[in-house]
Design a protein around this ligand. Structure first.
Ligand code: SAM
Length: 326
């Protein structure tokens, strides 16, 4: 099961590469102007180039999927990426530049957010967490690229092959194993520092008990922070079959489970997992219609012809962005 779940990262990376190649990402106004994510395209191209040297097999999988991505998928990737970036930026602005701040990306996969964030915020400490097998690939790819190595100021320990910098760590661990996870986080980060937790398509692959324990323990450890989570939600309206069909398709095609898709099937139920925190949860259709300006929407519409608006709406109504603060 670990291998099947771990491979979902290649889909996420393919989707990002596709959204970049079609011009959805980076968003000039939201990611470049507001968040200062300069060089976004270049760092992804470079990651893909280095990935080819590390594993031809993974590279060709990512490349093939990226080539066949539909406009609705590109919209989804755009919304998910930009909304997390904006929520992160808001928290970092709130903390300011004078205090140390930590970001912990749980189930980070091949996500490269840490590159612009570490460059733009000298007070930031960043930890990427994933299974050992994913971290091992990411570590090799980052080291393989002189550009990314330099941007992240990476050093490698010859004995272990571990790659890190003063402000960036890669933590291999199984997030289903709470003792291992908390030991790792406690060794690298401190409880008193404001901390952002990111879980982008992670909790949906975890069992109810394990994901709740993870949320409670991590949230309990950091005295103040924000949890930014993006996930699918099964849908709670009468007759809504989206979640059930999604679960069946994933099971049939990949033997992949989403154990809580129908448990936390609405924004309200999903938010209830973060009890004790101030939460805002919006489905991604709401994000598109309320947070994306007319100019930006017009830019998106100009990129590819999209006639499946109803399909886009149904799909995006079944994904959410949750921001919890405590
Ligand atoms: N967050 C990244 C993104 O959105 O691009 C990757 C998302 S991918 C769909 C899910 C990621 O969660 C994979 O990298 C997978 O290995 C990781 N993951 C899932 N369950 C995990 C667990 N129990 N422990 C560590 N990592 C896990």
């Amino acid at each position: 099961m670990e291998r099947i779940v771990q491979q979902t990262d290649y889909d996420a990376l393919s989707c990002r590469i596709s959204a970049i190649s079609k011009g959805y990402l980076p968003s000039p106004s939201l990611q470049i102007e507001r968040c200062h994510y300069n060089g976004y395209r270049e760092m992804h191209v470079e990651y893909l180039r280095a990935l080819k040297n590390v594993s031809m097999k993974i590279h060709s999988k990512v490349y093939q999927v990226a080539k066949t991505s539909f406009p609705v998928m590109n919209y989804g990737t755009y919304l998910r990426t930009v909304s997390i970036d904006l929520a992160l930026d808001e928290f970092l602005k709130l903390v300011g530049e004078d205090r140390k701040v930590q970001v912990v990306n749980l189930g980070c996969g091949s996500d490269l957010r840490m590159v612009p964030l570490l460059r733009n915020h000298s007070n930031l400490f960043y930890v990427d967490v994933d299974y050992e097998s994913s971290i091992s690939v990411k570590r090799k790819v980052l080291w393989e690229s002189p550009m990314l190595r330099e941007m992240l100021d990476l050093k490698r320990e010859d004995a272990t092959g571990e790659v890190s910098s003063e402000r960036y760590k890669l933590l291999p661990c199984d997030l289903n194993r709470l003792d291992q996870t908390m030991r790792g986080l406690e060794a690298l980060t401190g409880p008193d520092c404001p901390t952002v937790i990111i879980s982008e398509c992670l909790l949906c692959y975890m069992a109810d008990r394990e994901s709740q324990q993870l949320i409670d323990s991590v949230k309990g450890f950091y005295k103040s922070g924000s949890w930014i989570s993006y996930d699918p939600i099964g849908g709670s309206a009468p007759g809504d079959r989206f979640g059930v069909i999604m679960q069946n398709n994933l099971k049939e095609s990949r033997n992949l489970d989403m154990p809580t898709l129908m448990v936390y099937n609405s924004t309200e139920k999903y938010a209830s997992r973060f009890h004790g925190a101030d939460t805002t949860a919006s489905d991604m259709w709401e994000v598109l219609t309320s947070q994306i300006s007319n100019e930006e929407s017009a830019r998106l519409r100009s990129l590819q012809f999209l006639d499946e608006i109803e399909e886009l709406k149904v799909m995006q109504k079944h994904y959410l962005l949750l921001v919890a603060r405590w």
